[in-house]
Structures are given as C-alpha cells and as structure tokens.
Design a protein around this ligand. Structure first.
Ligand SMILES: Nc1ncnc2c1ncn2[C@@H]1O[C@H](COP(=O)(O)OP(=O)(O)OP(=O)(O)O)[C@@H](O)[C@H]1O
Ligand SMILES: [Mg+2]
Length: 378
C-alpha cells in the first residue's frame, strides 16, 4: 500500500482571471494531519475542493491512494471523503443522529448499525450520546455543532477528511478545545486530515506537516519544527511571526537543551578517552579537570590520530581550548549561531564547572517541546 494519501501532479486551475494554481505539486502522507496555510486568496480552498472534485482542474492529475480521482464517480468519491467547513451547515430539521448519519444512510447501512455508529462518534467527540442524539442543531452551541460536523465527516469511516477552516468561527476557548480533540481523535482513529487554516498558531499546534502557500505556490513544506528552525525565506519568517521567535526564546535557557553530561578528565590517556567516546557513541567530548572545571573539547578523530603517535600525551595536551562554550543560564537563543558551526557546545555554570553539552538535536528537541502534543493536550 502506498504511504501517500493524496498527490497533486502538475495541477493547474484558472477560474478565468489567470492561474490560481500553476503546475502545482503536493504530497500528503497517510494518516497525518497536514495543514495548508497561507494568506487569503492563495488557493487553499481551491486545493481542498479539488480533492473531492467540487472543483475540477484545467490540467494535471490528482491521485487518491494511487487512483486518479478524475476517473472516479464524483458522488461516490465525496461519500468516501469527509468534509468539514467553517459554517458547518447541519440540516436544521434533522436530529443530531440523522445529521451524523446522512452519508451512511445514503449508503444503505442498516438502522442498528447507524445507532451504534452515532453513539460511538458522539462519545469520540466528547458529547454524551443519550443527551444529544435526539436533539436538533439549534439546541446546541456553536462549538457543539461544529463537533457534530466533525462526527458527520467521520461517519462513513473515510480514510481522508478535508477540513476548511473548521474552527475559525468559534470563540478561542472552544477552538482550543476542538484542536485538542482533533489531535486526540487522530491518535485513536488514524485518518489523513487535510486541514486548511490561516491561523499559524492553529497550524503549529495540530500539524504533523505544514504546507505554507503564497499565490498558489508552496513556499515551504515541512514539520512545524522545520518551519520554525529553518524558515526557507523571509516570507516564512514573517508569516510565522518574528514575535513568536522572541516570545519562544527567552522562556528557555541553554540548560533546558542539554543533550548529555559525559566528559573526560584532562589527564586521561587518549586510548581510554577513545574507548569512552565509542562506548557512549559520541564524536566529541568535553574535557574537565578533577574538580569538574571545563578545560576544552576533544574529538574522536584527534584521539584516533593520537593512537598513531607514541601515545604518551594526555587528553589535555591535545584537546582544543578555543572551542566555544556557553553558560547554562544564558538564553537559549545564543545556541542558534553557535550550533551552526559546532556539533556540540559545552555548557558550564557560574563557577565554570561543566554541566553538560548541547547539540543541534537537543536544541531542536527543546524548542519543539513548545509545540509538543503532550503540551497541547495538557
Ligand atoms: N468560483 C470562483 N470563480 C472565480 N474565482 C475564484 C473562484 N473561487 C476562487 N476564486 C479565486 O481564486 C483564488 C483562490 O481562492 P481560494 O478560495 O482557493 O483562496 P483561499 O486561499 O481559500 O482564501 P481564503 O483564505 O480567503 O479562504 C482567489 O483569488 C479567488 O478570488
Ligand atoms: Mg478559503
């Protein structure tokens, strides 16, 4: 089975006033939440509606799990794709149960199954089935109605759900609540979710992958961490918001990004230090004196090279003393530049004692924790 849920191949769309999309390519991996984000009018809704053939492209191909959707019956296609939009538009004269089961009923599912399905879905979206099943949409709050919209999109058990700014009409509290529920939901039911938003906070929070668009073109696609840490250009930076970098950074000090606390003594023999580095799978080690004061760093290459010599020198005689190091209580931002050029940066306390070392990986991890699902769910 292909790992790709949806693929746009050289897709072009022109509503008559020039290309909205021109040779557009996009790959949506299976079972992930992919958010499509970008300024108003950049083509987000167009892309989404092409996946369920509410809009047809002028050129190109769209594959759904490997099949060209142009060759599928649009009506059947739509029944197998969940779709949630901003104003969810529940049918006012139908009960919640009837609303949720619209598509399964069209598919001719037996009554018993419909009732079970409704109960399961209502529980999944956090509404007590017995209390809500028989109500009408006007008896629900906006947030609850929007949840029903999500339940309805899931009712036919589609493998893919399209969501076009589904939470944008909600108050901030309901919105955050629903974002959390969506993440939880996807952990349980494993759907591919293509989620359009123009709220970068929302995108960073819920996305496995973010696709940032401008004028119908992908400016950058990647994980939230990738966009934050390696913005492709100024547009990305601006869109993510310089403010975010500023607010993110001061809350953390260097010591929140520690990778490890391994080190060797300056008087060690290179052969012993090399063995130690190998055991702990480290390329570079900080060197300290017996009182644990930081002295310098030593690399495996240097240690290996020393093996070829007479082996009489100690680590402190061959270590580098000019490598940058940093205080544990310094702002984490100091590491951005340092780790561009150095694999590891030793970290010391106020009395110059070694606390540990940071690496690019540990910095990334510390930053991404901000957007960690655990935190969102907390
Ligand atoms: N039915 C249509 N006829 C003509 N032009 C259209 C039509 N639908 C969209 N467009 C144009 O195509 C471009 C992309 O529209 P689209 O709705 O995909 O943008 P969007 O990224 O979803 O914007 P928003 O964030 O405002 O929802 C816009 O310039 C829009 O004016
Ligand atoms: Mg739109």
């Amino acid at each position: 089975m292909s790992e790709t849920a949806v693929e746009f191949k050289q897709v072009s769309k022109d509503y008559g006033a020039g290309f909205v999309l021109n040779n557009f390519n996009l790959t949506v991996p299976k079972e992930q939440i992919v958010t499509i984000i970008g300024p108003s009018g950049c083509g987000k809704t167009t892309i989404l509606k092409m996946i369920n053939r509410l809009i047809e492209p002028e050129a190109g191909q769209i594959l759904l799990e490997g099949s060209d959707i142009g060759e599928l019956d649009p009506v059947l296609l739509r029944r197998n794709i969940g779709y949630v939009i901003q104003q969810i538009g529940l049918f006012p004269h139908m009960t919640i149960e009837e609303n949720i089961t619209v598509v399964p009923r069209l598919k001719g599912e037996p009554k018993r199954q419909l009732k079970e399905r409704t109960e399961e879905l209502l529980s999944l979206i956090g509404l007590e089935p017995e209390a809500y099943r028989k109500r009408y949409p006007h008896e629900l709050s906006g947030g609850q109605q929007q949840r029903i919209g999500v339940a309805r999109a899931l009712a036919a058990n589609p493998s893919i759900v399209l969501m076009d700014e589904p939470f944008s009409a909600l108050d901030p509290i309901s919105r955050i609540q629903l974002q959390k529920e969506l993440i939880k939901l996807n952990e349980h039911v494993k759907k591919t979710i293509v989620f359009v938003t123009h709220d970068i906070d929302e995108a960073l929070k819920i996305a496995d992958q973010i696709v940032l668009l401008k004028d119908g073109k992908v400016v950058q696609a990647g994980t939230p961490e990738e966009l934050l840490n390696h913005p492709a250009n100024d547009f990305v930076k601006e869109f993510i918001g310089q403010e975010r970098f500023k607010t993110l950074v001061p809350q953390h000090t260097v010591s929140s990004a520690l990778a490890h606390h391994f080190s060797v003594y300056g008087y060690s023999k290179p052969a012993d230090a090399l063995q130690y580095a190998k055991t702990h799978e480290l390329d570079t080690l900080p060197v300290t004196c017996e009182q644990n004061k930081y002295l310098g760093i030593i690399g495996r290459d240097q240690l290996q090279g020393e093996q070829l010599g007479d082996g009489e020198r100690t680590v402190s005689e061959i270590m580098r003393t000019d490598a940058p190091f940093v205080r544990g209580d310094a702002p984490i931002a100091q590491l951005f530049e340092l780790l561009k050029k150095n694999h590891i940066v030793p970290v010391v306390d106020a009395s110059h004692k070694l606390i540990g070392a940071v690496t690019q990986g540990s910095l990334l991890e510390a930053i991404s924790k901000q957007f960690n699902r655990e935190e969102v769910l907390a």
